[in-house]
Design a protein around this ligand. Structure first.
Ligand SMILES: Nc1ncnc2c1ncn2[C@@H]1O[C@H](COP(=O)(O)OP(=O)(O)O)[C@@H](O)[C@H]1O
Ligand SMILES: [Mg+2]
Length: 328
């Protein structure tokens, strides 16, 4: 399944995503963690030293490799240059699995050891001024979107993306690529303002959106969040001494995580599993096509000099095990 963590900067997206990744890895589940946040901190939250995190290979630096691998022998995609972040897979495209070796992971993923359990981490790479504006073509999160669009993920394997809730993900369609989106919000007006904006976008695309209250200190905080987000409030996490310890450079065993936090993580997992059960692969493909056409018309046809609508393979639907075709 594909899971996003979004929210305001500082709300605890990276912290909660990293705890969720550890929680899954501790169960022996295959996990791919992806850092697509403007502030790239997922690596250190997953226990890397600063210098190790700084040395992580950036997906943004391997765009051509990623495109060439994913387009495979798809005759509708003539070159890496004409493949954009929304180009959907079709016959001949290569699909990736969470739990496999492939050239994309070879180039971009770093293996992690989480209390003796393996996981993989990929990072977009640091964002610059140019990434935050209109640089659609070289969009850093575009590399992540392409991988998600070509990922034939299964029931018991997890791709967890720590990402910025921003216009980039809305314009591209990235926000529709997940079985479930967890919006991390502190009990503050700013925290819930981001929720309201996300809810607006989510409504039109039938996104499963749940709020995870963070740094919640008591009944008042819970009541505030409940008032602002209603039933979208899934669970809350308090201030964690375990997290604060890691901030001080300690490496507490994950088994020592506070029970209420662990309880919240179970709740996230149950919600994700249920959401995956409702996945509609045909609709997933349709949304790719929708956003691809939108991007083609708004900038990419002009940019590439190609009618990118021709990249759409009408008979193709992404499916769990392989890129097999379904009758149109
Ligand atoms: N539940 C928590 N308990 C204690 N500290 C937390 C908690 N959640 C987040 N923090 C701290 O708050 C800061 C911001 O969290 P972070 O996960 O980096 O936010 P974001 O990724 O949303 O910008 C970090 O210093 C983090 O350690
Ligand atoms: Mg962060």
């Amino acid at each position: 399944m594909k899971i996003a963590f979004v929210g305001k900067g500082g709300s605890g997206k990276t912290t909660i995503s990293s705890l969720f990744v550890r929680h899954l890895a501790a169960q022996g589940r295959p996990v791919l963690a992806v850092d697509a946040d403007i502030n790239q901190h997922l690596g250190t939250a997953l226990g890397l030293e600063e210098d190790e995190a700084a040395a992580l290979p950036a997906m943004g630096a391997h765009l051509t490799l990623i495109k060439d691998y994913l387009r495979g022998t798809n005759p509708r995609i003539g070159s890496a240059e004409t493949m954009i972040k929304t180009t959907p897979p079709g016959e001949g495209s290569r699909l990736i699995r969470v739990d496999e070796d492939n050239p994309v992971y070879e180039a971009c993923a770093r293996p992690l050891d989480l209390d003796g359990h393996p996981a993989r981490l990929m990072v977009t790479g640091p964002f610059t001024e140019a990434d935050l504006g209109v640089a659609c073509y070289h969009s850093k999160t575009g590399a992540v979107e392409m991988c998600l669009n070509h990922m034939a993920d299964g029931r018991d394997e997890y791709a967890v993306v720590d990402m910025t809730a921003g216009s980039d993900s809305f314009a591209s369609g990235m926000f529709t690529r997940f079985d479930v989106t967890f919006l991390v919000a502190e009990p503050t007006r700013k925290g819930v303002a981001v929720y309201r904006q996300y809810r607006e976008y989510a409504r039109d695309y039938d996104i499963a959106l749940h709020v995870v209250g963070n740094k919640v200190e008591g009944e008042d905080d819970i009541a505030f969040l409940r008032e602002a987000v209603g039933d979208d409030l899934l669970t809350v996490v308090g201030r964690s001494e375990w997290v604060r310890g890691t901030e001080k450079g300690q490496r507490p065993s994950f088994e020592l995580l506070e029970e209420p936090v662990r309880h919240a993580l179970h709740s996230l997992q149950r919600t994700a599993v249920a959401a995956y059960g409702r996945r509609n692969w045909a609709r997933y493909q349709q949304q790719m096509v929708h956003f691809h056409l939108r991007n083609a018309e708004s900038w990419a046809n002009a940019r590439t000099g190609v009618d990118l609508a021709t990249q759409i393979d009408p008979g193709f639907v992404l499916r769990e095990s392989s890129g097999s075709r379904q009758p149109a």
